[in-house]
Ligand binder design. Structure first.
Ligand SMILES: Cc1ncc(COP(=O)(O)O)c(C=O)c1O
Length: 191
């Protein structure tokens, strides 16, 4: 049974990315509760650590169970790929540390989830400027955008603790939707 992107939402939610035949016919995907994985050869292990060969070698980096979750979320959100983290703040900080550099600017809404606010405030120590504006006012967002703006972060007002949107490297604009979205409740599938 192979379920591809063309299958219905419910079918992909249950079956995408998993072949029971690969796991002795187990209908429910097994949980891989191992921290480390064996290598065929020391060379193969070295290449995996170096990132030049695909494969699982350490569960904090990748694990078949987490991998399946990431594939399922990605297909349901029509995304290229997914990355699962242990918490929302883990996701926010991982993405920020990966894409921001000294000199970049971030625009946020005036109201943010408290821990996100505290984290962004600390980014100033690393040369990143964070500007809070009223993102219900498109003119305020337009005025705050500069050539160094990398991200705009907001949470939808109607739902109290939801999300942030991600802008591309080029400056975001109120008329051009951000390509990415993170949220606690509304998913890109539903928004
Ligand atoms: C909007 C928003 N951002 C971030 C978080 C942090 O998530 P976590 O507690 O899983 O780190 C939450 C948690 O409720 C949230 O609502």
């Amino acid at each position: 049974m192979s379920v591809d992107q063309g299958a219905g939402f419910a079918t992909r939610a249950i079956h995408f990315g998993y072949e029971p035949a690969d796991e002795h016919g187990a209908l429910t995907p097994p949980l891989h509760l191992t921290s480390t994985f064996a290598f065929d050869t020391a060379e193969a292990g070295g290449e995996m650590f170096a990132g030049t060969r695909p494969g699982h070698f350490y569960s904090r980096i990748s694990n078949p169970t987490t991998d399946l979750l990431e594939q399922r979320i990605a297909t349901l959100e029509s995304a290229e790929a997914g990355v699962a983290t242990a918490s929302g703040m883990g996701a926010i900080t991982a993405v920020m540390w990966s894409f921001l550099s000294a000199g970049d600017e971030v625009i946020t809404d005036q109201t943010l989830y408290g821990c996100t606010y505290a984290y962004l405030r600390d980014l100033a120590r690393f040369g990143i400027t964070v500007t809070a504006v009223d993102l219900t006012d498109p003119a305020a967002l337009t005025a705050a955008i500069s050539a160094r703006t990398r991200w705009s972060i907001s949470r939808p007002r109607p739902i109290p603790t939801c999300g942030w949107s991600i802008s591309p490297r080029s400056a975001p604009s109120p008329t051009r939707p951000a390509p990415g979205w993170w949220s606690t409740i509304p998913t890109p599938h539903r928004c």
